[in-house]
Design a protein around this ligand. Structure first.
Ligand SMILES: [Zn+2]
Length: 395
């Protein structure tokens, strides 16, 4: 029986499955075929929720005597965009100048292909693994992330599954393999502030109540002062105003309503709750300011709506996991990776509720771009790093 020891071959097979989110596209079936000969038991739960597409997921487990390691990731990919803009078709896995082209090459079918190859090589060499390995793979990372990793973990945990540590194979390296491990992620909250006024003629402002100056005051209070100066492990909390909308095409009309949307990425100086409370305080205080609102005695009339669920901030403190991974990276690449909490949210936010989690994968430079591609040499290097990690962590 042939084992999936070649990461490039594994990746080509996965890229040729057009699994544009939320379509399975054959990718989970292809992965299951690679894992079965390695002794994995495969389950394929489908999760649903009204208002979102049904999503197929994969849970594969190889049981052994010892600790339980989870590898997590996703086979869904973002759409390729204009396919004619690609040098090689996005689902062809064409190789040119030592690079393999295709949507998902680095984000993140490549990481899955390498970890699968690492497990295959480990099993081939040792005949066994001194513990259990699970693949937690979703088709819902690039979509709404509602019928994916979060539900898959709860589903497995309800069956009694427990994990000791997890690696997520997302592309974490900005420039070169070995740059960066992610050991935590910032939290995120988003809101929309609406200031309510009264419509009227712009030549008779005393008969109207313009909401725009009030909105400017509230936005100023959100932007300043800074929420914090950063902490040991996190960059400073940052608020971006992402939209300001009045929707008023007329030059001589004072509008009735003005809204501003914002997104905050926050570090471990805050929780989602404490930060939302701070935002409410700032707005309440600012609502009493008279700046821009001469002659008005009542406070600014505003509402705030919080969008989506908050993403919670987290930091992994598991020295055995972090040391085994950075030691493996150093041994293979000769470089010491930085330990970072930068960037957007990832499915690690669901995993951290079940076990310590770190993220390490390929170089992310071309992710989501036209001509997404990966150096074949990087596939070999990442496989070697993962294989070394398996030796160390189970050793
Ligand atoms: Zn990804």
């Amino acid at each position: 029986m042939t084992l999936p020891v070649d990461p490039a071959e594994n990746l080509a097979t996965l890229i040729r499955c057009p699994s544009v989110t939320p379509m399975e596209g054959g990718a989970l079936t292809a992965l299951a075929r690679m894992l079965e000969p390695l002794g994995f038991t495969i389950e394929r739960p489908v999760f649903s929720e009204s208002g979102t597409p049904d999503v197929e997921n994969l849970y594969a487990r190889r049981s052994g005597n010892g600790p339980h390691l989870m590898f997590a990731g996703h086979t869904d990919v973002v759409p390729p965009g204009d396919e004619s803009a690609w040098t090689h078709p996005p689902f062809s896995a064409a190789v040119a100048n030592g690079e393999m082209y295709g949507r998902g090459a680095v984000d993140m079918k490549g990481g899955i292909a390498c970890f699968t190859a690492a497990v295959a090589r480990h099993v081939q060499k040792r005949g066994t693994i001194k513990g259990s390995v699970s693949f937690v793979i979703t088709g819902d990372e690039e979509g709404p992330s509602i019928n994916g990793t979060g539900k898959l973990l709860d589903w497995a945990a309800a069956k009694g599954e427990r994990w000791d540590a997890s690696i997520v194979g997302e592309p974490t390296n900005p420039e070169r393999l070995g740059d960066m491990i992610k050991i935590g992620r910032r939290g995120a909250i988003s809101g929309i502030v609406t200031v309510n006024g009264r419509q009227g003629h712009s030549a008779y402002p005393q008969l109207a109540d313009n909401p725009v100056p009030g909105l400017l005051t509230l936005c100023e209070a959100l932007l300043s002062p800074a929420f914090d100066a950063g902490t040991k492990d996190f960059q400073p909390t940052n608020l971006e105003i992402t939209s300001v909308d009045v929707g008023n095409p007329a030059a001589n009309v004072i509008p009735a309503r003005a809204t501003a949307a914002f997104n905050i990425r926050f570090g471990d100086a805050w929780t989602a709750d404490s930060l939302q409370a701070e935002v409410h305080n700032r707005l309440d205080r600012a609502a009493r300011r008279k700046k821009f609102r001469k002659g008005r005695t009542e406070p600014i009339d505003y509402d705030i709506v919080w969008r989506d669920r908050p993403s919670h901030v987290f930091l992994t403190r598991d020295d055995r996991l972090i040391d085994a991974l950075s030691g493996s990276i150093s041994a293979v690449t000769g470089r010491r990776p930085g330990l970072s909490t930068t960037g957007g949210t990832s499915d690690a936010r669901f995993i951290k509720d079940h076990c310590p989690v770190v993220e390490f994968g390929l170089v992310g430079k071309t992710m989501h771009m036209v001509d997404e591609r990966v150096a074949l040499a990087d596939l070999e290097t990442l496989t070697a790093i993962y294989e070394r990690f398996l030796e160390d962590w189970f050793g």
